[in-house]
Write a protein that binds this ligand. Structure first.
Ligand SMILES: Cc1ncc(COP(=O)(O)O)c(C=O)c1O
Length: 471
């Protein structure tokens, strides 16, 4: 039988099997009186306590798996969505000031639970301007530990056991487990490509209006929409959002809008906030991210805004879980917003200079992918691109676990054998719709030009080796 040993953290190193791969005894020595997760055989206890059943079946995470792979094989990483260049000095300097300025010691202490006042004020000013309605900073704005927590508290605070939640695919992968944790049932409706050959745009991926309408039932509580979309780059048009809004109004359903890439749109695409559509403010909560807005994903600061009657739920969940987010980061993000609001009408405003820079990167990666014969879906927004790798993939024996989808096996093969990492898009689809994403790879293009060029060279060499029959 297995039983946990308590109070012998240091002495049990090397005796049992460690569940956590941490070796530093200096770390353990500080926790000697804590339970140790070392296990060994004993006949004293018949069973070990079990983890909560609500965690069963949601263990797998594409991020855990592929970040671990990146740590192991150290590929050129176009996988995870973060820039490999410096964030703007506005927010970095502001954060540095919070830490070194001895005249403001409280900036390193707890702040208001629902959001640091200076940040809440800045967010309120910004979104009051964006959605053309006065937002109440006390009751309609909540700061969270990243958009991730914003999504979690919204889902936990709005969804009851037995409720159905419509999730449009491809989706950011945490929506599904978060709905399940709330006791809800996800109902998936996919965007499908209307064309796969020639020049394909993210706007060519569309919802079937009848399929969407058919997904609404008496049990539907919410629909989760991500625009601009990760991984596709789709920016929903006014017609598409209106179709969703009409269904929400007809069935009394909440729109949970993930708009973390709100500033990143290209060419003629325009981000439209669902909360601005007629009669939608009352039934919409919108999630944003400072990590995405200011290229500081490691700062994990986000927010949720919406009408008071809906915000109460997310606030209560936040209050009893995270309670208060990091003060200096909120202060720095607030200063960042104040600066951008002051220069909102200038091209230097980061909300506009970043997408201008990203458009060049997007166009570069499109060119590279086309040169190697991988047909990209041209994204209208966000900083990811999906490329059709079916031809390449089908010519290579990528091995791997046959129970895994093709794209998972190919992405792992590419990381290990060619040192280039992407993300398999089938991770963003439900089990029954994985085949829609299986022929693609997702690359992140908010990367140094030099690294995008290197990725192109890796792909070109792969193509040459294939053409020469070397694979
Ligand atoms: C669509 C989408 N929503 C939410 C998040 C999470 O954002 P944050 O880092 O602020 O938690 C991400 C991160 O990649 C994302 O792509």
């Amino acid at each position: 039988m297995l039983r946990p040993i308590v109070g012998q953290a240091v002495s049990c190193v090397g005796k049992g099997s460690w569940r956590f791969p941490i070796a530093a005894s200096s770390v353990f020595s500080r926790f000697q009186s804590r339970p140790c997760f070392c296990t060994q055989t004993s006949n004293m206890s018949p069973t070990l306590p079990a983890i909560a059943t609500k965690t069963h079946g949601i263990e797998k995470s594409v991020w855990v798996e592929f970040i671990q792979l990146a740590l192991e094989v150290k590929p050129l990483n176009l996988g995870q969505g973060f820039p490999d260049f410096c964030a703007p000095d506005t927010v970095r300097n502001a954060l540095s000031k919070c830490c070194v300025d001895e005249s403001k010691p409280l900036l390193n202490q707890y702040t208001r639970g629902f959001g640091h006042p200076r940040l809440v004020d800045a967010l309120t000013k910004l979104y009051t301007k964006m959605i053309k309605r006065n937002i109440n900073p006390q009751t309609e704005m909540l700061v969270t530990a990243g958009a991730y927590e914003g999504l979690f508290v919204s889902i936990m605070g709005l969804v009851d056991p037995g409720d159905e939640v419509i999730i449009i695919e491809p989706f950011f992968d945490c929506y599904d487990p978060q709905v399940r944790l709330a006791g809800g049932t996800p109902v998936f409706v996919p965007l499908r490509p209307t064309k796969t050959a020639g020049s394909v745009s993210s706007a060519d991926w569309v919802l079937d209006p009848q399929e969407l309408a058919g997904a609404f039932t008496k049990k539907t509580k919410a629909i989760i929409v991500n625009t601009p979309n990760n991984p596709l780059g789709k920016v929903y048009s006014l017609e598409e959002l209106t179709m969703i809004a009409d269904l929400c109004k007809k069935h009394n359903v909440i729109a949970i809008m993930d708009e973390v890439y709100e500033w990143m749109t290209y060419d003629n695409a325009k981000h439209i906030r669902m909360a601005t559509l007629p009669d939608m403010w009352e039934r919409t909560v919108t999630i944003g991210s400072a990590g995405k807005t200011f290229s500081v994903t490691g700062w994990k600061t986000g927010w949720v805004y919406g009408p008071e009657h809906l915000m109460k739920g997310p606030q209560v969940i936040h209050q009893h879980s995270v309670y208060t987010c990091t003060t200096p980061v909120q202060e720095a993000v607030a200063e960042g917003f104040e600066i951008e609001l002051d220069r909102y009408d200038s091209p230097e405003c980061y909300f506009f200079s970043l997408p201008a820079e990203l458009k060049v990167k997007r166009d570069n990666i499109i060119k590279i992918l086309r040169e190697v014969g991988l047909n990209p879906t041209v994204p209208d927004g966000g900083y990811f691109i999906m490329a059709d790798v079916s031809e390449l993939m089908n010519k290579i024996d990528v091995g791997g676990d046959p129970n895994e989808t093709k794209d998972f096996r190919f992405v792992k093969w590419l990381s290990r054998n060619r040192k280039l990492q992407g993300i398999p898009p089938s991770a963003f689809f439900s089990t029954s719709h994985k085949s829609i994403g299986e022929n693609y790879i997702r690359f992140c293009f908010i990367k140094e030009d030099e690294n995008l060029k290197k990725a192109g060279e890796i792909l070109m060499n792969l193509k040459k080796d294939l053409d020469a029959g070397k694979l």
